[in-house]
Write a protein that binds this ligand. Structure first.
Ligand code: NOJ
Length: 518
């Protein structure tokens, strides 16, 4: 773990399409992000993760990169991005770009070249079988679209051919080992892209599908981990303050592979689901358990233990080597407002922002933006509903854009009570103001930051959850009734949500409450 600025970092994820449009074309832009930096800073976030903002045909919202070194014209220019880095740094903020190393767009020049029948420098940049009718040993493939006779492997959607990082144990002659010249050339090409943006002021990268590189990797991701350790060596020697966060959701592997942070994500049966959402039910999955609901719901049938069992196992194993990153949600998941009320969300954020590690807030979650039921846009499918324009004010297009409503990237929330920043700033009890207060507290108390210790004091079902961070004792009661903490607590209340009192070592917690005690 190298970057020293992460200990007090709180990230704000920006989906650039939908944040703030300054030229009236209906789509967000980099100048819009620059204009809102003061807003993000005032909220209490001091770092950004921006989803891919590079040239792309946008069949997967930019995760299909056509040119890694060119800002997509719809967002602005490379100079605008460089200005964004400078403006962020002037405010003491940091910016992570989104690096997509597993695949390119099928329109990327490397892929076009690799489709040619004649052998060239890029013939081995992607994974191809030897012959158009030769399938790819269980990997998804496409054939019949290229001049070259062969099938190429996909990494995600059809538009995303897999870059070639080799195979851990090649068994076919078209599978190259991880130390083959082609696999190494791909690795060096990715490092070249990283250097390009780091030299221009980027502070690091969120890495897409970080575990997906080497094929038929073993359980320990031996090949892919070796790749990332090689990248880490480059960063340590050339850019020691650069930070990397992985979309891996396996911190035991990711942090040992050289990542500073790994996201704690919503996989089907993971602890995150029981903590935050009705993930299966929301996707209309018939196998959903009717009791599958978030711990933070007033009527929840869950206790905190399924989450803690997974989280603590990961935390204890990795706390000395890197950070687990909790998120409010991201551009791929349902917004927390989907199944939580704003009062329930306050408690969810209270936990997310007071656990160790480096937290991430998805734009709009600070005001409880809704998940909207919308047709797919740019390969979003059910994810589209979490990608709608930021709701700034009661003005035209809720302050997102001066453009015509029909030109917007996605429609704004049409409901009469669509939450906005403008309205919530004025309401001291709003989710926005609670989020801000929680982040201020975290910023002021070193004990609450990434590296501070964590000790669990009480985790019994049906009782408040009580934990300790350094000199602070914290407790959460998400239930709709009063409860007494099952452990003795004393000290001064420094922050509370809901009604909380301490007398003679007894902590009484009102319905839906949270407290920080020093
Ligand atoms: C994960 C990204 O978060 C998602 O939006 C994208 O569709 C896939 N990776 C493919 O790049």
């Amino acid at each position: 773990m190298a970057a020293t600025w992460l200990n007090d970092a709180v990230f704000y994820e920006i989906y650039p399409q939908s944040f703030y449009d300054t030229n009236g074309d209906g789509i967000g832009d980099l100048n819009g992000i620059i204009e809102k930096l003061d807003y993000v800073k005032a909220l209490g976030c001091n770092a950004l993760w921006i989803n891919p903002c590079f040239d792309s045909p946008f069949k997967d919202a930019g995760y299909d990169v056509r040119d890694y070194k060119l800002v997509a014209p719809r967002y602005g220019t490379n100079d605008d991005l460089i200005r964004l880095f400078k403006e962020a740094h002037a405010r003491g903020m940091h910016v992570l770009l989104d690096l997509v190393p597993g695949h390119t767009s099928e329109e990327h020049e490397w892929f076009r070249m690799s489709q040619k029948a004649e052998k060239n420098e890029y013939s081995g940049r992607f994974i191809w079988t030897n012959f158009v009718f030769q399938p790819a040993k269980g990997l998804p493939f496409i054939s019949g679209e290229s001049e070259r006779s062969g099938a190429y492997i996909l990494n995600f959607f059809k538009c995303q051919p897999a870059l070639n990082y080799g195979f851990l144990h090649p068994t076919e002659d078209w599978q190259q080992p991880i130390d083959s010249p082609d696999a190494i050339a791909t690795r060096e090409a990715i490092k070249d892209i990283m250097r390009f943006w780091l030299d221009r002021g980027a502070d690091g990268f969120r890495v897409d599908m970080a575990a997906s590189l080497v094929k038929f990797d073993d359980e320990k991701s031996t090949g892919t981990s070796a790749f990332w350790r090689n990248v880490r060596e480059m960063l340590d020697s050339e850019y020691p303050e650069a930070a990397m966060v992985s979309e891996w959701s396996n911190p035991k592997l990711a942090l040992r592979a050289g990542y500073d942070m790994d996201f704690y994500l919503a996989f089907r049966d993971g602890g995150y689901n029981s903590l935050m959402r009705d993930y299966l039910r929301a996707q209309h999955d018939p196998s959903a358990d009717p009791t599958d609901n978030s711990y933070f719901r007033k009527d929840s049938t869950h206790d905190i233990n399924p989450f803690l069992d997974e989280y603590l196992d990961w935390y204890e194993d990795t706390k000395d080597i890197g950070h687990i990153s909790m998120l409010t949600c991201n551009h791929d998941t349902l917004r927390p407002r989907y199944n939580l009320t704003p009062d329930e969300m306050k408690l969810a954020y209270a936990l997310i922002f007071t656990l160790p590690g480096v937290p991430y807030l998805y734009y709009g979650d600070e005001i409880g933006m809704r998940y909207l039921d919308l047709p797919t846009k740019e390969g979003g499918y059910h994810r589209t509903g979490s990608r709608t324009p930021m709701q700034w004010s009661s003005g035209k297009n809720l302050g997102f854009s001066e453009g015509a409503a029909e030109d917007l990237y996605l429609p704004v929330d049409p409901s009469d009570d669509a939450p906005t920043v403008e309205a919530q700033e004025k309401d001291p009890d709003s989710l926005y103001n609670v989020t801000k207060a929680l982040l201020r507290l975290r910023g002021e108390c070193a004990d609450l930051q990434a590296k501070g210790s964590l000790e669990i004091l009480a985790r019994e079902a049906g009782k408040p959850f009580v934990y300790r961070r350094g000199a602070l004792t914290l407790a959460i009661n998400p239930a709709g009734e009063c409860m007494e903490a099952p452990v003795e607590v004393s000290g001064e209340i420094v922050y509370a949500i809901g009604a909380v009192s301490i007398a003679d070592g007894k902590l009484a917690m009102g319905p839906q409450s949270f407290v920080v005690i020093r």
